[in-house]
Write a protein that binds this ligand. Structure first.
Ligand SMILES: NC(=O)C1=CN([C@@H]2O[C@H](COP(=O)(O)OP(=O)(O)OC[C@H]3O[C@@H](n4cnc5c(N)ncnc54)[C@H](O)[C@@H]3O)[C@@H](O)[C@H]2O)[C@H](O)CC1
Ligand SMILES: [K+]
Length: 510
Protein backbone atom coordinates (compact mmCIF):
# COMPACT_ATOMS: atom_id res chain seq x y z
CA UNK A 1 0.00 0.00 0.00
CA UNK A 2 1.41 3.37 -1.06
CA UNK A 3 2.76 5.69 1.62
CA UNK A 4 3.70 9.30 0.83
CA UNK A 5 5.97 11.68 2.71
CA UNK A 6 4.70 15.21 3.33
CA UNK A 7 6.86 16.49 0.46
CA UNK A 8 5.48 13.88 -1.94
CA UNK A 9 1.95 14.63 -0.70
CA UNK A 10 2.46 18.30 -1.51
CA UNK A 11 3.72 17.34 -4.96
CA UNK A 12 0.69 15.20 -5.78
CA UNK A 13 -1.58 17.92 -4.44
CA UNK A 14 0.18 20.46 -6.66
CA UNK A 15 -0.18 18.33 -9.78
CA UNK A 16 -3.83 17.63 -8.97
CA UNK A 17 -4.63 21.31 -8.53
CA UNK A 18 -2.31 23.07 -10.97
CA UNK A 19 -1.87 20.58 -13.80
CA UNK A 20 -5.15 18.69 -13.71
CA UNK A 21 -7.27 21.58 -12.51
CA UNK A 22 -9.01 19.89 -9.59
CA UNK A 23 -10.27 22.73 -7.37
CA UNK A 24 -8.31 22.81 -4.11
CA UNK A 25 -11.41 23.75 -2.16
CA UNK A 26 -13.03 20.57 -3.47
CA UNK A 27 -10.20 18.55 -1.96
CA UNK A 28 -10.71 20.33 1.36
CA UNK A 29 -14.44 19.66 1.13
CA UNK A 30 -13.81 15.95 0.62
CA UNK A 31 -11.23 15.84 3.42
CA UNK A 32 -13.60 17.53 5.86
CA UNK A 33 -16.62 15.53 4.83
CA UNK A 34 -14.83 12.19 5.08
CA UNK A 35 -13.68 13.10 8.58
CA UNK A 36 -17.16 14.31 9.51
CA UNK A 37 -18.63 10.98 8.38
CA UNK A 38 -16.15 9.18 10.57
CA UNK A 39 -17.10 11.35 13.56
CA UNK A 40 -20.80 10.81 12.83
CA UNK A 41 -20.26 7.07 12.87
CA UNK A 42 -18.60 7.29 16.27
CA UNK A 43 -21.39 9.53 17.64
CA UNK A 44 -24.07 7.12 16.44
CA UNK A 45 -22.28 4.04 17.75
CA UNK A 46 -21.68 5.59 21.16
CA UNK A 47 -24.97 7.47 21.29
CA UNK A 48 -23.25 10.84 21.71
CA UNK A 49 -23.96 14.25 20.22
CA UNK A 50 -21.51 17.01 21.04
CA UNK A 51 -18.26 17.79 19.27
CA UNK A 52 -15.53 20.37 19.69
CA UNK A 53 -13.36 21.10 16.65
CA UNK A 54 -9.97 22.63 17.45
CA UNK A 55 -8.50 24.25 14.36
CA UNK A 56 -5.09 25.73 13.55
CA UNK A 57 -4.33 28.45 11.09
CA UNK A 58 -3.56 26.37 7.99
CA UNK A 59 -5.50 24.05 5.71
CA UNK A 60 -5.67 21.34 8.36
CA UNK A 61 -7.75 23.86 10.29
CA UNK A 62 -9.71 24.44 7.07
CA UNK A 63 -10.61 20.75 6.97
CA UNK A 64 -11.82 21.24 10.54
CA UNK A 65 -14.33 23.96 9.52
CA UNK A 66 -15.74 21.61 6.88
CA UNK A 67 -16.09 18.92 9.56
CA UNK A 68 -17.99 21.41 11.73
CA UNK A 69 -20.28 22.51 8.87
CA UNK A 70 -21.23 18.95 7.98
CA UNK A 71 -21.79 17.87 11.58
CA UNK A 72 -23.93 20.97 12.19
CA UNK A 73 -26.05 20.11 9.16
CA UNK A 74 -26.58 16.64 10.59
CA UNK A 75 -27.89 18.08 13.84
CA UNK A 76 -24.77 17.61 15.96
CA UNK A 77 -23.99 20.17 18.66
CA UNK A 78 -20.64 21.47 17.38
CA UNK A 79 -18.34 24.28 18.52
CA UNK A 80 -15.12 25.48 16.87
CA UNK A 81 -12.06 26.80 18.69
CA UNK A 82 -9.18 28.45 16.84
CA UNK A 83 -5.62 28.27 18.10
CA UNK A 84 -5.01 31.50 16.22
CA UNK A 85 -6.90 34.73 15.56
CA UNK A 86 -9.72 34.85 13.01
CA UNK A 87 -7.79 37.40 10.97
CA UNK A 88 -4.86 35.02 10.46
CA UNK A 89 -6.89 32.59 8.35
CA UNK A 90 -6.60 32.82 4.57
CA UNK A 91 -7.33 30.98 1.31
CA UNK A 92 -9.61 27.93 1.21
CA UNK A 93 -9.60 27.78 4.99
CA UNK A 94 -10.95 31.36 5.15
CA UNK A 95 -13.75 30.51 2.70
CA UNK A 96 -14.84 27.69 4.98
CA UNK A 97 -14.39 29.72 8.14
CA UNK A 98 -16.66 32.44 6.69
CA UNK A 99 -19.23 29.78 5.80
CA UNK A 100 -19.45 28.43 9.34
CA UNK A 101 -19.62 31.96 10.75
CA UNK A 102 -22.47 32.73 8.34
CA UNK A 103 -24.23 29.55 9.45
CA UNK A 104 -24.09 30.76 13.04
CA UNK A 105 -21.81 27.97 14.26
CA UNK A 106 -20.07 28.93 17.49
CA UNK A 107 -16.45 30.00 16.84
CA UNK A 108 -13.98 31.19 19.52
CA UNK A 109 -10.32 32.19 19.49
CA UNK A 110 -7.86 30.73 21.99
CA UNK A 111 -4.93 33.06 21.63
CA UNK A 112 -4.32 34.01 25.23
CA UNK A 113 -3.75 32.02 28.36
CA UNK A 114 -6.91 33.33 30.03
CA UNK A 115 -8.98 31.68 27.26
CA UNK A 116 -7.71 28.26 28.26
CA UNK A 117 -10.12 27.81 31.19
CA UNK A 118 -13.07 28.25 28.87
CA UNK A 119 -11.61 25.81 26.37
CA UNK A 120 -11.08 23.29 29.16
CA UNK A 121 -14.72 23.56 30.20
CA UNK A 122 -15.97 23.17 26.62
CA UNK A 123 -13.74 20.13 26.11
CA UNK A 124 -15.17 18.66 29.31
CA UNK A 125 -18.72 19.20 28.06
CA UNK A 126 -17.99 17.66 24.65
CA UNK A 127 -18.11 14.00 23.68
CA UNK A 128 -15.64 14.03 20.81
CA UNK A 129 -12.67 16.27 20.01
CA UNK A 130 -11.70 16.86 16.38
CA UNK A 131 -8.02 17.73 16.15
CA UNK A 132 -7.39 20.01 13.16
CA UNK A 133 -4.49 22.04 14.55
CA UNK A 134 -1.61 20.90 12.36
CA UNK A 135 -1.37 18.48 9.46
CA UNK A 136 1.52 17.91 7.12
CA UNK A 137 2.45 21.60 7.33
CA UNK A 138 3.97 21.30 10.81
CA UNK A 139 7.46 22.70 10.96
CA UNK A 140 9.69 22.26 13.99
CA UNK A 141 8.55 21.88 17.58
CA UNK A 142 5.23 22.96 19.06
CA UNK A 143 5.48 25.44 21.87
CA UNK A 144 3.49 28.12 23.72
CA UNK A 145 -0.24 28.07 24.05
CA UNK A 146 -0.73 25.41 21.34
CA UNK A 147 1.36 23.04 23.42
CA UNK A 148 -0.89 23.69 26.40
CA UNK A 149 -3.96 23.07 24.25
CA UNK A 150 -2.58 19.75 23.03
CA UNK A 151 -1.76 18.69 26.59
CA UNK A 152 -5.31 19.66 27.58
CA UNK A 153 -6.72 17.47 24.78
CA UNK A 154 -4.61 14.52 25.93
CA UNK A 155 -5.61 14.90 29.55
CA UNK A 156 -9.33 15.15 28.76
CA UNK A 157 -9.75 11.41 28.26
CA UNK A 158 -12.17 11.92 25.35
CA UNK A 159 -12.58 10.31 21.95
CA UNK A 160 -10.22 12.23 19.65
CA UNK A 161 -10.36 12.18 15.86
CA UNK A 162 -7.29 13.68 14.20
CA UNK A 163 -7.51 15.19 10.74
CA UNK A 164 -4.77 13.86 8.45
CA UNK A 165 -2.19 13.39 11.21
CA UNK A 166 -2.26 13.88 14.98
CA UNK A 167 -1.13 17.46 15.55
CA UNK A 168 2.47 17.54 16.69
CA UNK A 169 3.51 14.35 14.97
CA UNK A 170 6.17 14.53 12.30
CA UNK A 171 4.38 13.03 9.29
CA UNK A 172 7.62 11.68 7.85
CA UNK A 173 9.36 10.16 10.86
CA UNK A 174 6.64 9.56 13.48
CA UNK A 175 8.61 11.69 15.93
CA UNK A 176 6.72 13.80 18.48
CA UNK A 177 7.62 17.44 17.91
CA UNK A 178 7.50 18.74 21.47
CA UNK A 179 4.05 17.29 22.11
CA UNK A 180 1.38 15.57 20.03
CA UNK A 181 -2.30 14.77 20.17
CA UNK A 182 -3.10 11.20 21.19
CA UNK A 183 -5.85 10.27 18.76
CA UNK A 184 -8.40 7.53 19.00
CA UNK A 185 -8.65 7.60 15.24
CA UNK A 186 -6.79 9.39 12.46
CA UNK A 187 -8.43 10.09 9.13
CA UNK A 188 -5.52 10.61 6.77
CA UNK A 189 -5.97 12.12 3.33
CA UNK A 190 -5.65 10.01 0.17
CA UNK A 191 -2.36 8.26 1.07
CA UNK A 192 -0.81 6.94 4.28
CA UNK A 193 2.09 8.92 5.77
CA UNK A 194 5.22 7.14 7.13
CA UNK A 195 4.95 8.81 10.54
CA UNK A 196 1.60 7.12 11.20
CA UNK A 197 3.13 3.68 10.81
CA UNK A 198 6.19 3.57 13.05
CA UNK A 199 6.59 4.28 16.75
CA UNK A 200 6.02 6.55 18.52
CA UNK A 201 3.74 7.93 15.77
CA UNK A 202 1.73 4.71 15.47
CA UNK A 203 0.82 4.96 19.16
CA UNK A 204 -0.43 8.53 18.74
CA UNK A 205 -2.39 7.88 15.55
CA UNK A 206 -4.71 5.24 17.00
CA UNK A 207 -6.76 3.53 14.32
CA UNK A 208 -5.82 4.92 10.91
CA UNK A 209 -8.27 5.30 8.03
CA UNK A 210 -7.25 6.51 4.60
CA UNK A 211 -9.91 8.81 3.13
CA UNK A 212 -10.29 9.16 -0.61
CA UNK A 213 -10.44 12.90 -1.31
CA UNK A 214 -10.27 13.00 -5.10
CA UNK A 215 -6.55 13.08 -5.88
CA UNK A 216 -5.89 10.58 -8.71
CA UNK A 217 -4.12 7.53 -7.36
CA UNK A 218 -1.67 7.36 -10.26
CA UNK A 219 -0.06 10.64 -9.19
CA UNK A 220 1.84 8.76 -6.51
CA UNK A 221 3.78 6.94 -9.22
CA UNK A 222 4.30 10.22 -11.04
CA UNK A 223 6.08 11.76 -8.06
CA UNK A 224 8.02 8.53 -7.48
CA UNK A 225 6.95 7.24 -4.08
CA UNK A 226 9.35 4.99 -2.22
CA UNK A 227 7.51 4.10 1.02
CA UNK A 228 5.09 1.20 1.25
CA UNK A 229 3.05 -0.47 3.94
CA UNK A 230 3.11 -4.24 3.46
CA UNK A 231 -0.41 -5.62 3.68
CA UNK A 232 -1.86 -9.02 2.76
CA UNK A 233 -2.62 -7.70 -0.74
CA UNK A 234 1.10 -7.23 -1.38
CA UNK A 235 2.24 -10.71 -0.40
CA UNK A 236 0.08 -13.13 -2.32
CA UNK A 237 1.78 -16.48 -2.63
CA UNK A 238 2.08 -18.21 -6.01
CA UNK A 239 0.17 -21.47 -6.38
CA UNK A 240 2.45 -24.46 -6.62
CA UNK A 241 2.37 -26.34 -9.90
CA UNK A 242 1.39 -30.00 -9.88
CA UNK A 243 4.39 -31.38 -11.71
CA UNK A 244 7.15 -30.35 -9.29
CA UNK A 245 9.67 -31.92 -6.91
CA UNK A 246 11.66 -30.75 -3.91
CA UNK A 247 14.45 -29.44 -6.12
CA UNK A 248 12.05 -26.82 -7.43
CA UNK A 249 11.72 -25.24 -4.00
CA UNK A 250 15.39 -24.69 -3.38
CA UNK A 251 18.29 -26.01 -1.34
CA UNK A 252 19.27 -23.93 1.66
CA UNK A 253 22.37 -24.22 3.78
CA UNK A 254 22.09 -22.87 7.31
CA UNK A 255 25.25 -22.33 9.33
CA UNK A 256 24.24 -21.95 12.94
CA UNK A 257 24.39 -23.18 16.53
CA UNK A 258 26.95 -23.77 19.24
CA UNK A 259 27.09 -25.80 22.45
CA UNK A 260 25.01 -23.30 24.44
CA UNK A 261 22.68 -22.34 21.62
CA UNK A 262 21.48 -25.45 19.88
CA UNK A 263 17.89 -24.20 19.91
CA UNK A 264 18.65 -21.28 17.62
CA UNK A 265 19.91 -23.64 14.93
CA UNK A 266 16.89 -25.89 15.42
CA UNK A 267 14.38 -23.02 15.20
CA UNK A 268 15.99 -21.56 12.10
CA UNK A 269 16.25 -24.83 10.17
CA UNK A 270 12.77 -26.01 11.13
CA UNK A 271 11.27 -22.66 10.16
CA UNK A 272 12.91 -22.82 6.76
CA UNK A 273 11.29 -26.20 6.16
CA UNK A 274 7.93 -25.01 7.51
CA UNK A 275 8.06 -22.01 5.15
CA UNK A 276 8.31 -24.25 2.12
CA UNK A 277 12.02 -24.67 1.41
CA UNK A 278 12.59 -27.87 -0.63
CA UNK A 279 15.70 -29.05 1.19
CA UNK A 280 17.46 -27.69 4.26
CA UNK A 281 21.01 -28.56 5.26
CA UNK A 282 22.19 -27.46 8.65
CA UNK A 283 25.90 -27.10 9.45
CA UNK A 284 26.68 -27.09 13.18
CA UNK A 285 29.71 -27.80 15.42
CA UNK A 286 30.47 -31.54 15.44
CA UNK A 287 29.83 -32.09 19.14
CA UNK A 288 26.29 -30.72 19.06
CA UNK A 289 25.14 -32.44 15.87
CA UNK A 290 23.45 -35.35 17.65
CA UNK A 291 21.62 -33.02 20.03
CA UNK A 292 20.32 -30.82 17.23
CA UNK A 293 19.36 -33.72 14.97
CA UNK A 294 16.75 -34.90 17.47
CA UNK A 295 13.37 -33.75 16.22
CA UNK A 296 14.74 -32.26 13.01
CA UNK A 297 13.50 -35.16 10.91
CA UNK A 298 13.30 -33.20 7.69
CA UNK A 299 16.72 -31.56 7.88
CA UNK A 300 20.14 -32.96 6.91
CA UNK A 301 22.69 -32.01 9.52
CA UNK A 302 26.47 -31.74 9.16
CA UNK A 303 28.91 -31.71 12.06
CA UNK A 304 31.82 -29.42 11.20
CA UNK A 305 35.22 -28.57 12.65
CA UNK A 306 34.94 -26.87 16.00
CA UNK A 307 36.67 -25.88 19.18
CA UNK A 308 34.87 -26.26 22.51
CA UNK A 309 31.46 -26.55 20.89
CA UNK A 310 31.91 -23.49 18.67
CA UNK A 311 32.58 -23.66 14.91
CA UNK A 312 36.19 -22.95 14.09
CA UNK A 313 37.81 -21.37 11.07
CA UNK A 314 38.99 -24.84 10.07
CA UNK A 315 35.39 -25.48 8.97
CA UNK A 316 35.79 -23.05 6.07
CA UNK A 317 36.60 -25.58 3.34
CA UNK A 318 33.75 -27.92 4.43
CA UNK A 319 31.35 -24.96 4.44
CA UNK A 320 32.46 -23.82 1.01
CA UNK A 321 31.90 -27.35 -0.32
CA UNK A 322 28.39 -27.39 1.12
CA UNK A 323 27.75 -23.95 -0.38
CA UNK A 324 28.65 -25.36 -3.81
CA UNK A 325 25.59 -27.67 -3.61
CA UNK A 326 23.23 -25.04 -2.16
CA UNK A 327 21.13 -22.27 -3.70
CA UNK A 328 21.03 -19.96 -0.70
CA UNK A 329 22.81 -19.62 2.63
CA UNK A 330 21.88 -18.34 6.07
CA UNK A 331 24.51 -17.67 8.70
CA UNK A 332 24.23 -16.59 12.28
CA UNK A 333 21.63 -17.97 14.71
CA UNK A 334 23.37 -19.22 17.84
CA UNK A 335 26.92 -19.20 16.42
CA UNK A 336 28.27 -17.18 19.39
CA UNK A 337 30.82 -14.48 18.97
CA UNK A 338 34.57 -14.97 18.95
CA UNK A 339 37.51 -14.00 16.77
CA UNK A 340 37.78 -17.31 14.97
CA UNK A 341 34.11 -17.38 14.07
CA UNK A 342 34.25 -13.77 12.90
CA UNK A 343 36.94 -14.71 10.43
CA UNK A 344 34.97 -17.77 9.34
CA UNK A 345 31.87 -15.64 8.63
CA UNK A 346 33.95 -13.02 6.86
CA UNK A 347 35.60 -15.60 4.60
CA UNK A 348 32.32 -17.33 3.80
CA UNK A 349 30.75 -14.02 2.75
CA UNK A 350 33.84 -13.08 0.77
CA UNK A 351 33.92 -16.37 -1.08
CA UNK A 352 30.35 -16.63 -2.29
CA UNK A 353 28.12 -14.73 -4.66
CA UNK A 354 25.04 -16.74 -3.76
CA UNK A 355 22.20 -15.08 -1.81
CA UNK A 356 23.06 -14.98 1.91
CA UNK A 357 20.97 -14.07 4.97
CA UNK A 358 23.12 -12.69 7.77
CA UNK A 359 21.70 -12.67 11.28
CA UNK A 360 22.74 -12.44 14.92
CA UNK A 361 26.39 -13.43 15.47
CA UNK A 362 27.10 -13.27 11.73
CA UNK A 363 26.30 -9.56 11.99
CA UNK A 364 28.50 -9.13 15.03
CA UNK A 365 31.26 -10.87 13.07
CA UNK A 366 31.26 -8.18 10.43
CA UNK A 367 31.37 -5.16 12.71
CA UNK A 368 34.09 -2.84 11.41
CA UNK A 369 34.54 -4.65 8.08
CA UNK A 370 31.19 -4.44 6.39
CA UNK A 371 32.76 -3.55 3.06
CA UNK A 372 32.77 -7.31 2.34
CA UNK A 373 28.97 -7.25 1.84
CA UNK A 374 29.04 -4.35 -0.62
CA UNK A 375 26.78 -4.99 -3.61
CA UNK A 376 26.35 -8.70 -2.81
CA UNK A 377 23.07 -10.62 -2.75
CA UNK A 378 22.84 -10.18 0.97
CA UNK A 379 19.99 -9.69 3.42
CA UNK A 380 20.95 -8.45 6.88
CA UNK A 381 18.46 -8.84 9.70
CA UNK A 382 19.72 -6.74 12.63
CA UNK A 383 17.63 -5.66 15.63
CA UNK A 384 18.39 -2.20 16.97
CA UNK A 385 21.25 -3.44 19.17
CA UNK A 386 22.96 -5.21 16.28
CA UNK A 387 22.34 -2.22 14.03
CA UNK A 388 23.95 -0.04 16.65
CA UNK A 389 27.06 -2.23 16.63
CA UNK A 390 27.13 -2.27 12.82
CA UNK A 391 26.78 1.49 12.39
CA UNK A 392 28.23 2.89 15.59
CA UNK A 393 24.98 4.81 16.19
CA UNK A 394 23.22 4.92 19.57
CA UNK A 395 20.12 2.70 19.81
CA UNK A 396 17.93 5.76 20.48
CA UNK A 397 19.29 7.46 17.39
CA UNK A 398 18.30 4.41 15.34
CA UNK A 399 14.85 4.12 16.95
CA UNK A 400 14.05 7.79 16.31
CA UNK A 401 15.30 7.84 12.72
CA UNK A 402 14.49 4.38 11.40
CA UNK A 403 14.04 5.43 7.79
CA UNK A 404 17.06 7.66 7.57
CA UNK A 405 19.32 5.10 9.23
CA UNK A 406 18.05 2.32 6.96
CA UNK A 407 18.42 4.43 3.83
CA UNK A 408 21.91 5.63 4.66
CA UNK A 409 22.93 2.02 5.21
CA UNK A 410 21.60 0.66 1.95
CA UNK A 411 22.85 3.65 -0.02
CA UNK A 412 26.30 2.75 1.19
CA UNK A 413 26.26 -1.03 0.98
CA UNK A 414 23.64 -1.73 -1.70
CA UNK A 415 22.17 -4.76 0.07
CA UNK A 416 18.76 -5.59 1.56
CA UNK A 417 18.23 -4.56 5.15
CA UNK A 418 15.62 -5.92 7.54
CA UNK A 419 15.71 -3.60 10.53
CA UNK A 420 13.82 -5.57 13.17
CA UNK A 421 11.72 -3.84 15.78
CA UNK A 422 8.15 -3.38 16.96
CA UNK A 423 7.56 -2.11 13.42
CA UNK A 424 10.05 -3.87 11.20
CA UNK A 425 11.31 -1.81 8.30
CA UNK A 426 12.80 -3.30 5.15
CA UNK A 427 15.06 -1.19 2.97
CA UNK A 428 15.92 -2.42 -0.51
CA UNK A 429 18.94 -1.86 -2.73
CA UNK A 430 16.86 0.40 -4.96
CA UNK A 431 16.03 2.70 -2.04
CA UNK A 432 12.47 1.61 -1.31
CA UNK A 433 11.22 1.32 2.24
CA UNK A 434 8.65 -1.29 3.28
CA UNK A 435 6.95 -1.07 6.66
CA UNK A 436 5.49 -4.30 7.99
CA UNK A 437 1.92 -4.43 9.26
CA UNK A 438 1.80 -7.78 11.09
CA UNK A 439 3.11 -8.95 14.46
CA UNK A 440 2.52 -8.24 18.13
CA UNK A 441 4.46 -7.72 21.37
CA UNK A 442 4.26 -11.45 22.18
CA UNK A 443 6.89 -11.95 19.49
CA UNK A 444 9.47 -10.06 21.50
CA UNK A 445 10.82 -13.36 22.78
CA UNK A 446 14.07 -15.30 22.49
CA UNK A 447 14.36 -17.26 19.25
CA UNK A 448 11.81 -15.20 17.36
CA UNK A 449 14.58 -13.79 15.13
CA UNK A 450 15.90 -17.29 14.37
CA UNK A 451 12.45 -18.22 13.07
CA UNK A 452 12.43 -15.10 10.88
CA UNK A 453 15.85 -15.94 9.42
CA UNK A 454 14.63 -19.42 8.55
CA UNK A 455 11.55 -18.01 6.84
CA UNK A 456 13.43 -15.41 4.78
CA UNK A 457 15.89 -18.13 3.76
CA UNK A 458 13.01 -20.34 2.66
CA UNK A 459 11.55 -17.64 0.42
CA UNK A 460 14.97 -16.95 -1.09
CA UNK A 461 15.41 -20.66 -1.76
CA UNK A 462 12.04 -20.76 -3.51
CA UNK A 463 13.28 -18.24 -6.04
CA UNK A 464 12.10 -14.94 -4.54
CA UNK A 465 14.39 -11.93 -5.01
CA UNK A 466 16.17 -10.68 -1.89
CA UNK A 467 13.70 -7.82 -1.67
CA UNK A 468 10.66 -10.08 -1.93
CA UNK A 469 12.09 -12.76 0.36
CA UNK A 470 12.65 -10.14 3.05
CA UNK A 471 9.18 -8.61 2.67
CA UNK A 472 7.38 -11.96 2.57
CA UNK A 473 9.47 -13.41 5.39
CA UNK A 474 8.80 -10.49 7.69
CA UNK A 475 5.08 -10.33 6.86
CA UNK A 476 4.40 -14.05 7.37
CA UNK A 477 6.58 -14.21 10.47
CA UNK A 478 4.35 -11.51 11.95
CA UNK A 479 1.26 -13.27 10.69
CA UNK A 480 2.35 -16.55 12.33
CA UNK A 481 2.84 -14.57 15.54
CA UNK A 482 -0.62 -13.04 15.22
CA UNK A 483 -2.16 -16.47 14.80
CA UNK A 484 -0.14 -17.78 17.76
CA UNK A 485 -1.50 -14.90 19.82
CA UNK A 486 -5.05 -16.16 19.29
CA UNK A 487 -4.10 -19.46 20.95
CA UNK A 488 -1.50 -18.62 23.57
CA UNK A 489 -1.77 -14.85 24.04
CA UNK A 490 1.15 -12.46 24.20
CA UNK A 491 2.67 -13.32 27.58
CA UNK A 492 3.17 -17.02 27.04
CA UNK A 493 4.16 -16.91 23.37
CA UNK A 494 7.43 -18.64 22.50
CA UNK A 495 9.43 -18.82 19.28
CA UNK A 496 8.15 -22.38 18.94
CA UNK A 497 4.57 -21.09 18.94
CA UNK A 498 5.45 -18.77 16.06
CA UNK A 499 7.18 -21.61 14.22
CA UNK A 500 4.22 -23.95 14.63
CA UNK A 501 1.89 -21.41 13.09
CA UNK A 502 3.96 -20.74 9.96
CA UNK A 503 1.88 -23.16 7.84
CA UNK A 504 -1.38 -21.54 8.95
CA UNK A 505 0.04 -18.10 8.20
CA UNK A 506 1.12 -19.13 4.72
CA UNK A 507 -2.33 -20.54 4.00
CA UNK A 508 -3.62 -16.94 4.28
CA UNK A 509 -1.44 -15.95 1.33
CA UNK A 510 -3.00 -18.31 -1.20
N1 LIG B 1 -2.72 17.04 1.00
C1 LIG B 1 -3.80 17.41 0.38
O1 LIG B 1 -3.98 17.10 -0.73
C2 LIG B 1 -4.78 18.20 1.07
C3 LIG B 1 -4.54 18.58 2.36
N2 LIG B 1 -5.38 19.30 3.07
C4 LIG B 1 -5.11 19.56 4.45
O2 LIG B 1 -4.12 20.55 4.53
C5 LIG B 1 -3.14 20.19 5.46
C6 LIG B 1 -1.88 20.92 5.20
O3 LIG B 1 -2.17 22.28 5.27
P1 LIG B 1 -1.09 23.44 5.47
O4 LIG B 1 -1.82 24.69 5.49
O5 LIG B 1 -0.06 23.29 4.45
O6 LIG B 1 -0.44 23.11 6.85
P2 LIG B 1 -1.06 22.89 8.32
O7 LIG B 1 -2.49 23.15 8.34
O8 LIG B 1 -0.59 21.55 8.75
O9 LIG B 1 -0.38 23.96 9.27
C7 LIG B 1 0.49 24.83 8.82
C8 LIG B 1 0.34 26.16 9.53
O10 LIG B 1 0.86 26.15 10.82
C9 LIG B 1 2.08 26.90 10.88
N3 LIG B 1 3.05 26.11 11.66
C10 LIG B 1 3.67 25.00 11.26
N4 LIG B 1 4.44 24.51 12.22
C11 LIG B 1 4.33 25.32 13.27
C12 LIG B 1 4.90 25.34 14.58
N5 LIG B 1 5.74 24.39 14.98
N6 LIG B 1 4.57 26.32 15.42
C13 LIG B 1 3.72 27.28 15.02
N7 LIG B 1 3.12 27.34 13.80
C14 LIG B 1 3.44 26.37 12.93
C15 LIG B 1 2.50 27.10 9.44
O11 LIG B 1 3.22 28.26 9.28
C16 LIG B 1 1.17 27.11 8.74
O12 LIG B 1 0.60 28.37 8.78
C17 LIG B 1 -3.10 18.72 5.36
O13 LIG B 1 -2.51 18.11 6.48
C18 LIG B 1 -4.57 18.38 5.21
O14 LIG B 1 -5.20 18.28 6.44
C19 LIG B 1 -6.53 19.88 2.33
O15 LIG B 1 -7.49 20.38 3.07
C20 LIG B 1 -7.06 18.91 1.32
C21 LIG B 1 -6.03 18.58 0.36
K1 LIG C 1 -4.35 17.25 12.81
Amino acid sequence: MIVLTSKQMREVEKIAIEKIGIPSIGLMENAGRETALEVKKILEEENLNSVIVISGKGNNGGDGYVVARNLHNWGVDVKVFLTTSLGAISGDAKVNLDAILNMGIYVAEITQREHLKFLEKTIKDSDVIVDAIYGIGLKGEISGITKEIIEMINQANKIVVSVDIPSGLNADTGKVEGCAVRATKTVTMQFLKPGLLVYPGADYAGEVRVAEIGIPYRLAAEVGYNYNLVTSEDVKLPKRHGNTHKGDYGKALIIAGSKNMTGAAYLCAKSAIKAGCGLVKLAVPQSVQSVIQGGLYEVITYGLEEQNGILSHNALSSVLELIEESDVIAIGPGLTHDRDISQLVYDIVKNTDKPVVLDADALNALVGRLEVIQGKKIILTPHYGEMSRLTGLEIDEIKNNLFEVAKTFIDRYKVTLVLKGAKTVIATKEGSIYINSTGNPGMATAGSGDVLTGMITAFLAQGFSEEKAAIYGVFYHGKAGDIAKEYVGEYGMTAMDILENIPEALKCGL
